[in-house]
Structures are given as structure tokens and as C-alpha cells.
Design a protein around this ligand. Structure first.
Ligand code: 5GP
Ligand code: MG
Ligand code: MG
Length: 185
């Protein structure tokens, strides 16, 4: 394993490390204002949301809590079918809680739409969504996103939590992977 990543794997850096940091500052300021005086539970969707969760949570007051879920969407190849299975459920009881789902990216919206319905059925006081990225041209289901970082084109991106075959998650920026890179694997 080489420590250096190869910039020639990417056709374009879509969102730089600085741009991510500045956007998270804005999103966090809005979230802190909206949840002033309330106990907030951040729910991260593994594994893609790990980076955005870590960086957003560090911009919150110390009383903020984090919990995690892992879900898998059944479907052929890269297409979401809408059938979602819980691989790891939350530890927290959501009854009466203010919940903010933290996502890396909203693509078709199928997974998140299911997750919203699922969490809302658990008696939470509120359930909202924060996502760093969204691909508006890929939407199949409208998902209400209260806190959004960036709308991006309908291209396959990696970095800042997002993977290709479990690699590239640790990049500090979001980039478009060259099609010939996924052709190789
Ligand atoms: P959907 O919104 O289609 O139900 O699925 C969203 C999930 O698909 C994301 O949480 C992410 O794991 C994956 N995904 C969607 N678009 C991309 C992308 O451009 N790059 C990567 N690496 N994963 C993506
Ligand atoms: Mg995700
Ligand atoms: Mg993935």
C-alpha cells in the first residue's frame, strides 16, 4: 500500500478540502442556531458519513451525541432497489429525541427516504437530514434535506468518506474518479 495517492486517478477535484471546511462551518452554525436549547442526536450512516460526521460533530457543543447505523440497499449492481436492510441498528432509543441524520451524499435518495420513514416511526421528536453532497440529476425520490453542502453533477465521486471498492475514503477532498480507474478493478 502506498501512502501517496495518485492525483492522476482523478479527472477533477470537485470540492477542495478548504471548501469542505468552510461549508461545514456554515452548516454547523445553522444547526447550532436551530437546535439551541435542545439535545441533539446525530445519526451517521456508515461508512460513507464517517468523515462528515466527525468534522460536523466537532463543530457542535459538547452535549451533542453521535450514533451510527449501517444499511444495505438491495439491487442489481449499482442500482438501488428501494429494499433496505439494517446491518447495524442504532444503540439509542429515539423516543422524544431530536435526530439529525448525517449523510455523505444523496444520489437516488432511495436509501435515505427509507431511513427517514424508519426513524420517524420510532417516536422521535424530530428527524431532519444533513448531507454534504447531493446529485440533483440522479434523484428518484425527493428527500427533504434541511442542511445541504453542495449540489454536484451526476458523476461518480470518491473521497471524504466516499469509496470505490472501499478505497479512497481517506482523501481530504471530493474528486471525480476517472472511468479507466474503475475499469481496472
Ligand atoms: P441512494 O441515494 O442512491 O439510495 O444511495 C446513496 C448511497 O450510494 C450513498 O450513501 C453512497 O454510499 C452511494 N453513492 C451514491 N453516489 C455515489 C458516488 O458518486 N460515489 C460513491 N463513492 N458512492 C456513491
Ligand atoms: Mg451514505
Ligand atoms: Mg460505497
Amino acid at each position: 500500500m502506498s501512502f501517496q495517492f495518485d492525483m492522476s486517478d482523478f479527472s477533477e477535484v470537485l470540492v477542495s478540502e478548504n471548501a469542505i471546511g468552510r461549508k461545514l462551518d456554515e452548516m454547523a452554525a445553522q444547526i447550532r442556531a436551530d437546535y439551541e436549547g435542545k439535545d441533539l442526536l446525530l445519526v451517521g450512516v456508515l461508512k460513507g458519513a464517517v468523515m462528515v460526521m466527525a468534522d460536523l460533530a466537532r463543530r457542535m457543543p459538547p452535549a451533542v451525541q453521535m450514533d451510527w447505523m449501517a444499511v444495505s440497499s438491495y439491487g442489481s449492481g449499482t442500482k438501488s432497489s428501494g429494499v433496505v436492510r439494517i446491518l447495524k441498528d442504532l444503540d439509542a432509543d429515539l423516543t422524544g429525541r431530536h435526530v439529525l441524520i448525517v449523510e455523505d451524499i444523496i444520489d437516488t435518495g432511495v436509501t435515505l427516504s427509507w431511513l427517514l420513514g424508519n426513524l420517524r416511526s420510532r417516536g422521535a421528536a424530530s428527524v431532519e437530514v444533513a448531507s454534504l453532497l447531493r446529485k440533483p440529476d440522479a434523484a428518484k425520490v425527493e428527500v427533504p434535506v434541511t442542511y445541504l453542502g453542495f449540489d454536484i453533477p451526476n458523476q461518480f465521486v470518491v473521497g471524504y468518506g466516499l469509496d470505490f471498492a472501499e478505497s479512497y475514503r481517506t482523501l481530504p477532498f471530493v474528486a471525480v474518479l476517472k472511468p479507466e480507474v474503475y475499469g481496472d478493478k
